[in-house]
Design a protein around this ligand. Structure first.
Ligand SMILES: Cc1ncc(COP(=O)(O)O)c(C=O)c1O
Length: 389
């Protein structure tokens, strides 16, 4: 049987058009965009064309887009750059309890450098408590970072409201839109955010390239020092092929957005419906506005490691919470913040993408309940008892 890849929130295949557009820049069009000769000018024009295209898709100006090496790097430049550029008397940093580790650990690094850290709690669906935000804003922090859509449970935050409150308080607002982009409408001309992070490999671009949108007038201190590329904020020779692939993938994703989001949400709903019917006690985590491609379910009484190994053997690729912590046995900080950690049981994230078909979902809906029954702790205990006797 064909294996089924349901881990698109970890990474998703390249758009074929992005790959095609990149190939010349991995071949004969190899120049360094900082060189003034024709090879350099050719690379520069490709890079600037990619920047223009990304800016258009996001509703930004081209001067507000910098290319980075990843979503992680974008989050770090935003959070640490904002904190380090801020006068010390207003230097708290604020983040939600459900941020990706990239933003969460950047705020913790600022904390180690002396920033008071405010972590905003969430409700049981993973949504930030706005009254806590209002309290935090009263001290005029250096930066607030709240992700657009969560990578583990898919919950969408009220970013427009958060941004409006930060704007009114005169506090820079960073949002990690790495999972949200291409799945919901993400535009900086419609959302009051000062900083926004994207990662190409989450929307069908190549790995190792990201975007940081920096609203004009936002001050950041550079974390790295070198040749001055990308407004000195991300020095180092630019990844031209990556930028070209990112731009094509961004355009394709936005063009496909409406139809694709509806398709993925319908597939996700049908999977959740089947799993709820077939697996006793199964709970879907997250709620309200959710990204269409992520489903996180908790299953009581199963062994997490055994479940994952068995699913993999059956050819179903899913993930335990964030892929960046795959293999970790500590409970997810996201589920903990939501009060959703089970004393005994497993939580898995199933994530869908462009190549996911209805047949993939049907197969997952058949296989997961069987594997759950096999890896249930009671089943294993009675098997062990019968072997022992
Ligand atoms: C919400 C979120 N932010 C940031 C990242 C990190 O992106 P990258 O893999 O490009 O470093 C991820 C990847 O898992 C993510 O899901």
């Amino acid at each position: 049987v064909q294996p089924v890849y349901l881990d698109h929130a970890a990474t998703t295949p390249l758009w074929p058009e992005a790959r095609e557009a990149m190939l010349p820049y991995l071949g004969e069009r190899f120049g360094n965009p900082s060189s003034s000769h024709r090879w350099g000018r050719d690379a520069r024009s490709a890079l600037e064309d990619a920047r223009d295209r990304v800016a258009r898709v996001l509703g930004a100006q081209r001067s507000e887009i910098i290319f980075t090496a990843s979503g992680t790097e974008s989050d770090n430049i935003a959070v640490l750059g904002a904190w380090r550029s801020c006068p010390r008397e207003r230097a708290a940093v604020v983040c939600s309890a459900v941020e990706h580790k990239a933003a969460l650990l950047a705020t913790k690094a600022a904390h180690r450098e002396g920033a008071p850290l405010v972590i905003l709690g969430v409700d049981d669906e993973g949504r930030v408590d706005l009254s806590l935000l209002d309290e935090a804003l009263a001290s005029r922090p250096a930066v607030v970072t709240v992700m657009w859509g969560n990578n583990e449970v898919g919950t969408v935050q009220p970013v427009a409201e958060i941004g409006a409150r930060c704007l009114a308080a005169g506090v820079p607002f960073h949002t990690d839109a790495v999972q949200a982009f291409g799945k919901v409408r993400v535009r900086v001309d419609e959302t009051p955010c000062d900083l926004l992070a994207l990662s190409a490999h989450k929307f069908g671009g190549p790995k190792g390239i990201g975007i940081l949108y920096i609203r004009e007038g936002t001050v950041l201190e550079a974390l790295e020092h070198g040749g001055g590329q990308e407004h000195h904020l991300r020095p180092g020779t630019e990844n031209v092929a990556g930028a070209v692939g990112l731009a094509v993938a961004a355009e394709k994703s936005v063009m496909a957005l409406d139809a694709e989001s509806a398709r993925l949400a319908a597939l996700r709903d049908s999977l959740e419906h089947s799993l709820r019917e077939a697996v006793p006690g199964l709970v879907v985590n997250g709620g309200g506005a959710r990204l269409p491609h992520i489903s996180n379910v908790s299953i009581p009484g199963v062994d997490q490691d055994a479940l994952l190994v068995s699913l993999d053997l059956e050819g179903i690729a899913v993930s335990v919470a964030s892929a960046c912590q795959s293999g970790a046995t500590a409970p997810s900080h996201v589920l903990s913040a939501m009060g959703r950690v089970l004393p005994q049981g497993a939580s898995i994230r199933v994530s869908l993408g462009r190549t996911t078909t209805a047949a993939d979902i049907e197969r997952a809906a058949q296989v997961i309940p069987h594997v759950v029954a096999r890896t249930s702790i009671t089943a294993r205990t009675s098997l062990a008892a019968s072997i022992a006797s």
